[in-house]
Design a protein around this ligand. Structure first.
Ligand code: GCU
Length: 352
């Protein structure tokens, strides 16, 4: 009962403060897309108009990140009495991640979900997360994010580039998949051309493994495998199945070489333009969304893998993973020469 009264009092307080602030877009940069007419320069947003935050996403509507974001939007709308919501544009509709990251930095869009390499291109702290075999498991990665004091420092380092990290999303564990043969040990990687995400670390990783990296955006991968531009790619099970890569690369081998986070980012000026009470709600919901996505992940992997026709797709679970770990040791040694990478690396190791 007490809780209900407190919630009621809070929502009344929110209505007043939102009305007073006119929905959170006055003052700073005009964040979000406001419904209710064209804006002219210097015009104050009339109170009560809803703000729709545009968020870019590069995968399908079934993806756990998309589903968690839908819940974020519904809750945000509810808790701000309709003043704010989020519209997620899936399937690279707003462009590939590299572009949407830039659009988010400039404020052309408000939010984006991007792979780690787009933040490691800005801040060396994030380069640590591109390292193969950094985390022992998906659970280890989550524990680090939830518990390490280093995380606040890592997050704040992107603000000088105009973006604020608001949530960590798991992107599971990445495995190799290929067109013509299964991978059982690192020796099978010899001379294979494999699509990777865009980062020097992944290029070096492939070199260490005996293959060759061909970086490109997610939307180009299917055709690149199909046409023989690459021999395969590497990704988590959700992306492998949802993006139908199994149709062109039917050998999925559990090499488990990368556990790389995705990040939900928001344009810093847009975030700064929120009134304090909206910031509080937004922060609370970001954390809930982070946990929700994590919770959805494993069941989605299980569900999707069960849909694969095993007469057409070969899943190799018996992989000599230590042979991959040994092959990338020189890369760990090289990267940890960098002070910032080493600092995060040690912080990850300190959480077990
Ligand atoms: C994963 C990750 C995406 C990334 C993609 C890729 O699916 O979640 O953020 O874009 O891999 O390989 O490009």
């Amino acid at each position: 009962m007490k809780r209900k009264i407190a919630a009621f009092v809070m929502s009344i307080a929110m209505v007043f403060s939102l009305a007073a602030c006119g929905g959170g877009n006055e003052g700073g940069q005009q964040g979000g897309n406001q419904e209710g007419g064209q804006k002219t320069e210097g015009e104050q947003k009339p109170s009560g108009k809803a703000v729709t935050l545009k968020c870019a996403f590069n995968q399908t509507e079934d993806h756990p990140q998309f589903r968690a974001m839908q819940e974020f939007s519904t809750a945000l709308e509810e808790k701000t009495n309709g003043a704010y919501k989020i519209q997620v544009f899936p399937n690279e509709t707003l462009g590939p991640q590299a572009e949407t990251m830039n659009q988010c930095r400039t404020g052309a869009i408000d939010m984006a979900i991007v792979g780690n390499s787009h933040l490691s291109a800005l801040s060396d702290y994030y380069k640590t997360f591109d390292m193969p075999f950094l985390f022992n498991s998906k659970e280890h990665a989550k524990k680090f994010i939830d518990e390490s004091e280093e995380v606040a420092k890592i997050y704040s380092d992107t603000e000088q580039y105009g973006v604020k990290v608001v949530a960590y999303f798991t992107a599971g564990v990445r495995n190799m998949y290929t067109k013509n043969k299964a991978i059982s040990s690192v020796a099978d990687m010899k001379n294979l051309k494999i699509r990777t995400m865009e980062s020097d670390t992944y290029a070096k990783m492939m070199e260490n493994l005996g293959g060759k990296a061909t970086p490109m955006s997610m939307g180009e991968v299917y055709t690149a495998i199909q046409s023989g531009v690459v021999d395969g790619a590497e990704n988590n099970e959700v992306s492998y199945v949802n993006s139908k890569h199994y149709e062109v690369a039917p050998y999925y081998s559990m090499t488990q070489h990368l556990i790389v986070p995705d990040w939900l980012v928001i344009n810093k000026s847009v975030y700064d333009s929120f009134p304090d009470d909206v910031k509080t709600v937004f922060d609370e919901l970001s954390l809930e969304t982070q946990n929700k996505e994590y919770q959805l992940w494993d069941e989605e992997v299980e569900k999707l893998m069960a849909t694969l026709d095993t007469s057409k797709v070969t899943i190799t679970t018996d992989v000599d993973v230590p042979s991959f770990q040994d092959a990338v040791k020189p890369l760990h040694d090289e990267l940890t020469q960098n002070e910032k990478i080493k600092e995060v690396y040690d912080a990850v190791r300190a959480v077990q």
